[in-house]
Design a protein around this ligand. Structure first.
Ligand code: ADP
Length: 615
């Protein structure tokens, strides 16, 4: 029979496995046991939903057998099994988890050492058998089928599939161990002692008995209690971290573990994790939120999205509830009252855990914020402010006060008596914002400014409108509430006085601004741009980044002039003698103000020419 070749990607993974200098080869057993357990889950679930009689939960088990003389290790399960096609598809083609590795590997190609470590962290599944095997034989009979098949491979040169004999449904995987080398003792994986050890360490929570032949009768090696059903006191940080990494394809420890169980309106155990790093596709459409859902210990859905609100979509974990019916279909689940009750509970729980992290470990919270803060802000914005109450105290912003992150609560507690608003400023970076001409007056008053650097920030502020009855106000806004009556009078007089000149300047800008006026907010700078009508320059910029949203939305710009500045005096003089030059000056000032705001000038060449002309 002709050998079939592995698909290209699978072959790469195989090569990686076979040639791996990864020291943790022992994980192959965990991977095979976990596959066996999944296969039993699938069949058990089927018996429940399809009402198949004659198979009880207690009939299922995984069996390990070793033969030290023949150097073989056999792992059998009486799960759902595989048809011939499935053997071909599942074992001839790369698994999903495997393709994740390639992504990582491609990024860090030269760091071989690191990606080998990654192998151990990810669930790499079936292929890991080739780290210890000369030859792998998989005999499988799918539930409800007559025929069994055997898949055989000695590694990268391909595989064969033939008909085989097998009495019961399920899968038997027979590994012929590699010979021992100077560096690696493969024989130990054939000893009872080591097998026992490995099962305890990696597979203790598997919910079906993992058996081995004992002196008199078969012996069960695992305790079968899933980690989320164990007492917190029995578990170490390491246990949680390991469970997280094994189950959620991450190789960074989680930032926070939430382990809770509740009885009452809803009865469930939950084990949730706040990841340390956002997955590479987190802020894209490909990302799927959701928690793994079990009903009384039986997996019913890998990612149940109805358990998590969008603003906490970064949370990973599992929920196990005794209240759910096993037959529930995906469509029904959405409307299931119990699922909704659990989701509400979890939302509250996650919020309170995040708050406690913010309070007790601010550094860690800032780490969290860098990864997922945008999602929370987006939660306020995209709900048009409806989630404000829930999320507002989770927000932190970089502040001019001590140059640190602050909560809104702390900001308000520091507000001065004559301070009407919570001030914020937007820009591309903290440094750029700190240098905005508009910031000067606000800071001089001793008022604090929140520095917003992400696109979503200002939209979030607009959606919230206020915190603790204190309105938000951009320092580029028309009215900053700083002006005394005298200031206002003076500005009005000034506008009156220079009406003709301002009108001329506005005309010369040809519709780029809605008005030119005397400023009450500038001290040392000659000009700045402010906006009228609710859309700021930052919002205009953010909207322009959106793929198909109307980038016709433009801020209504106002050119504000510091009438006490020497440049203005010069312009006044020129207005009498050389109107053309006033036009050039106006253009330069306008563009300069835009540059300070971090907005690109409309016509850089013309701008450069104007400068040269003056020089
Ligand atoms: P993963 O488990 O991450 O999907 P694997 O490479 O470990 O990747 O397995 C590939 C597929 O082969 C599994 O998804 C499953 O469908 C099938 N499989 C593996 N082991 C078994 C088994 N013992 N019984 C039935 N199917 C199995």
């Amino acid at each position: 029979m002709a050998k079939k070749q592995f698909k290209a990607e699978s072959k790469r993974l195989l090569d990686l496995m076979i040639n791996s200098i990864y020291t943790n080869k022992e994980i192959f057993l965990r991977e095979l046991i976990s596959n066996a357990s999944d296969a039993i889950d699938k069949l058990y679930y089927k018996t429940l939903t399809d009402n198949i009689s004659g198979l009880a939960r207690s009939d299922f088990f995984i069996f390990i057998e070793s033969d030290e003389k023949k150097r073989t290790l056999t792992i059998s399960d009486n799960g759902i099994g595989m048809t011939k096609d499935e053997l071909e598809q599942n074992l001839g083609t790369i698994c999903k988890s495997g393709s994740e590795i390639f992504k990582v590997e491609e990024v860090d190609d030269e760091k071989i050492g690191e990606d080998i470590d990654i192998i151990g962290q990810f669930g790499v599944g079936f292929y890991s058998a080739f780290m210890v095997a000369k030859k792998v034989e998989v005999t499988s009979k799918a539930y409800g089928e007559e025929k069994a098949y055997i898949w055989t491979s000695s590694g990268a040169d391909g595989y064969t599939i033939k008909e085989a004999e097998k009495d019961t449904h399920g899968t038997t995987i027979k590994i012929t161990m590699l010979d021992d080398t100077d560096d690696e003792n493969y024989s130990k994986f054939l000893t009872d002692y080591e097998i026992r050890n490995l099962v305890k360490r990696y597979s203790d929570y598997i919910r079906y008995p993992i058996k081995m032949k004992g002196e008199e009768e078969d012996e069960t090696l695992n305790t079968m209690t899933p980690i989320w059903k164990k007492n917190k006191s029995e578990l170490t940080d390491e246990d949680y971290n390991q469970f997280y990494k094994d189950n959620f394809y991450d190789f960074t420890d989680p930032l926070r573990v939430i382990h809770s169980s509740t009885e009452g309106v809803a009865t469930y155990n939950a084990l949730l994790f706040v990841p340390g790093k956002a997955p590479f596709n987190y802020y894209s459409k490909d990302f799927e939120k959701g928690l793994r859902l079990y009903a009384s210990g039986v997996l019913i859905m890998e990612t149940c999205k109805d358990l998590l609100p969008d603003h906490f979509s970064f949370v990973r974990g599992i929920v196990d509830s005794a209240d759910l019916s096993l037959n529930i279909s995906r469509e029904m689940l959405q409307q299931d009252r119990q699922v909704q009750v659990i989701a509400k509970h979890l939302e509250k729980k996650i919020k309170s855990e995040l708050l406690s992290m913010l309070k007790n470990d601010k550094e860690k919270y800032e780490e969290f914020w860098k990864q997922f803060g945008m999602q929370i802000k987006f939660g306020i914005y995209s709900s048009f402010g409806m989630n404000t109450e829930l999320l507002k105290d989770l927000l932190i912003f970089y502040s001019s006060f001590e140059g640190k992150y602050t909560t809104l609560e702390d900001y308000v507690s520091r507000m001065k008596e004559d301070q009407k608003y919570i001030y914020y400023a937007c820009g591309d970076s903290i440094d750029q914002i700190a240098n905005l001409p508009q910031a000067e007056r606000v800071l001089d008053k001793g008022f604090e400014i929140l520095y917003l650097t992400e696109d979503v920030d200002e939209f979030t502020m607009k959606a919230m409108m206020q915190y603790d009855e204190k309105e938000f106000r951009s320092i580029s806004d028309d009215d900053l509430g700083l002006e005394t009556e005298e200031d206002k009078d003076a500005a009005e007089k000034s506008n009156e006085k220079h009406k003709e000149l301002f009108e001329f300047m506005k005309e010369s800008l040809g519709g780029k601004v809605v008005s030119v006026k005397a400023s009450t907010r500038l001290k040392t700078h000659p000009v700045c741009i402010s906006t009228e009508g609710g859309i700021s320059l930052e919002m205009e910029k953010a909207l322009a980044h959106q793929p198909d949203l109307t980038n016709r939305i433009k801020a209504q710009r106002v050119l504000e002039i510091n009438t006490n500045h020497k440049i203005f005096k010069t312009i006044q003089k020129l207005y009498k003698t050389d109107k053309e030059k006033v036009k050039t000056y106006t253009d330069l000032l306008y563009n300069q103000a835009l540059l300070i705001e971090g907005v690109t000038v409309d016509d850089p060449v013309a701008f450069a020419n104007s400068i040269c002309e003056l020089m």
